[in-house]
Design a protein around this ligand. Structure first.
Ligand SMILES: C[S@@+](CC[C@H](N)C(=O)[O-])C[C@H]1O[C@@H](n2cnc3c(N)ncnc32)[C@H](O)[C@@H]1O
Length: 209
């Protein structure tokens, strides 16, 4: 218990500037930020088994929830984010099978092997330590569970946008696609599909053989 509290305290310090930044962005994100239609079209093609429990990491204001809910029957959504201001919007999504969690992805209050599908949309480069995050994602995913790492722009535009914004996200950059794939595969997350176009980035991986 003491060890877990220590990790959370450390994460709060590490993420202090980004929590402040994203909390201030919540209104803008909810009301102004729109994904490209190509990105939505690609997401809508994903088919999930009925009753899947889907974890949206860095869910922000819950913009992806309506799409996730439509990918299968009786989908259970778990939206997790480190920013309370973002979650205030996410919680309003009128969906009976929704749970929201205020937490860091590096230390999620979720049981091991309890999640069928993880989505990380427009969020992965903001993680402080990809290895810590992926270890935790692998822990909560069921065997053969899927991870969808997605961006609503291609990596070049994502990186340019973050550089233009400046601190605290200026250095939150996506590596080349092959390096990203290797990073996932180092955690035995087998990549089934990976593409990085001008309009979107999508990697689909699954846990296990
Ligand atoms: C750019 S927004 C994307 C929001 C949402 N996924 C979307 O597509 O609209 C990134 C979100 O990730 C969250 N985030 C970043 N790092 C995180 C971490 N380590 N743990 C939990 N949430 C995190 C931020 O608070 C922010 O809400």
């Amino acid at each position: 218990m003491i060890k877990e509290e220590g990790i959370r305290a450390e994460l709060k310090k590490i993420y202090a500037d980004k929590i402040n930044f994203f909390n201030k962005k919540a209104y803008y994100w909810q009301n102004v930020r729109h994904a490209t239609s190509e990105h939505y079209e690609v997401l809508k093609q994903i088919q999930l088994e009925s009753e899947s429990r889907v974890l949206d990491i860095g869910c922000g204001t819950g913009k992806l929830f309506p799409i996730i809910a439509g990918l299968g029957e009786n989908i259970k959504i778990v939206g997790l984010d480190m920013c309370k201001e973002m979650l205030k919007y996410a919680e309003k999504f009128p969906y009976p099978n929704l749970e929201t969690i205020h937490s860091f992805c590096e230390e999620m209050p979720l049981e091991s092997n309890s999640i069928d599908v993880v989505f990380i949309n427009d969020t992965f480069p903001h993680f402080h330590n990809w290895n810590l995050a992926l270890r935790e994602i692998k822990r909560v995913l069921k065997n053969k569970g899927h991870l969808y790492l997605v961006h609503s722009n291609g990596s070049q535009e994502v990186n340019q946008t973050h550089r233009n914004i400046g601190p605290p996200v200026a250095n939150d950059l996506l590596p080349p696609l092959d390096k990203l794939v290797n990073t996932l595969e180092n955690f035995s997350l087998k990549v089934k599909k990976a593409c990085d176009t001008e309009q979107y980035l999508l990697i689909c991986a699954h846990k296990g053989i």
